[in-house]
Design a protein around this ligand. Sequence first.
Ligand code: UD1
Length: 367
Amino acid sequence: MSMASKKPVVISVVGARPQFVKLAALAKPLSRICRHIIVHSGQHYDYALSQAFFKQLRLPQPDYNLQVGSGSHGQQTGRIMQRFESLLKAQSPDIVLVYGDTNTTLAGALAAAKLNIPIGHVEAGLRSFRRDMPEEINRRLTDHMSTLLFYPTSAARTNLRLEGITSGLIYAGDVMYEILEDYRSVINNHQNIISKLGVIPGKYYLTTLHRAENTDTPEQLQRFLNIMKNLPGPTVFLMHPRTSRRFRQFQLMKQLKSINKLIIAQPQPYRETLQLISQAAMVMTDSGGMQKEACYLGRPCLILRRETEWVETLASGTNVLVDLSLAKVRKALRRMRPRRKKSLCRINGHKPSEIICQAIADHLRNH
Ligand code: UD1
């Protein structure tokens, strides 16, 4: 006789690239303690940003895809809420898991909170203290609706406590660290993206840019262009579709393409991205995930932002905040010595997935 119907139901709602990576750490262990339903909001839909990750990370196909697509914040968040609410009513999960800080995170949490369904937030407590960042609004509000807050660092815990959140706090460590450790030994196996892009290991820069505050005005894109024009070596630029749309919209694409030694490529799947990071002379990015991954892989990283939620990466000495300032980039390039040491990063955690699953199992047993 099947016991499947007796199992508690946990729904994970994901929609954007970094959330698929986080889910990869949890999908298997979660399926052992509950009926785990994966809902894809459809926020990311391009193959390179979505399917490629499910395939490579061997994630089960989503049970549902809400197919919300792109739109303004209100449209996207609203559509996810509406469609997710119907699904929640039909499935009555015991807990909803949300990840990180995207519009999918906030919409998923809001829909669940209004139906009184407990929420677990993976990567709780991170703050940039910038209210003009959509991600800051998303994570702050999500934390205040969550029952279980899986925070990755002690700085995140302090942030939560300062906002008056004192219960349900669980130190989990970083799930992205865990998944990276799983992949570390195979990073350089199989397809060699480095030679495919025509660069030499250790002798290229790697860059990405996608944050709204960096891409949504021509002035900011111009500053980025200025940095790219002045880099001394070949640079691989993995261009997010949002960014290429902006370059076209502001008629700056021609300038970008004319930069000598700049190799513009599609966003890469997980392993290829790690391979590119691990062999780069230096990484330059505004991505939260990549700045940590550079730190974990011991590669120097210039963070193309004024602040970071992962303050521990700065203390490691490999990561520096440079904003989109050419002067700061130049200074950092002069000062930083590329090193091949093992990571000095102070973010980690022993098996975050086990801690998270244990806390969920305890919650399900006691409620
Ligand atoms: C989103 C998250 C950001 C996260 C990032 C990871 C929000 C507010 N932002 O940013 O926190 O770091 O994902 O990648 O949730 N587009 C496509 N194809 C796609 C998806 C998007 O072409 O598959 C284009 C569309 O023009 C779209 C734009 O990119 O309007 C922005 O997409 P969106 O999902 O709103 O935000 P991201 O910039 O991807």
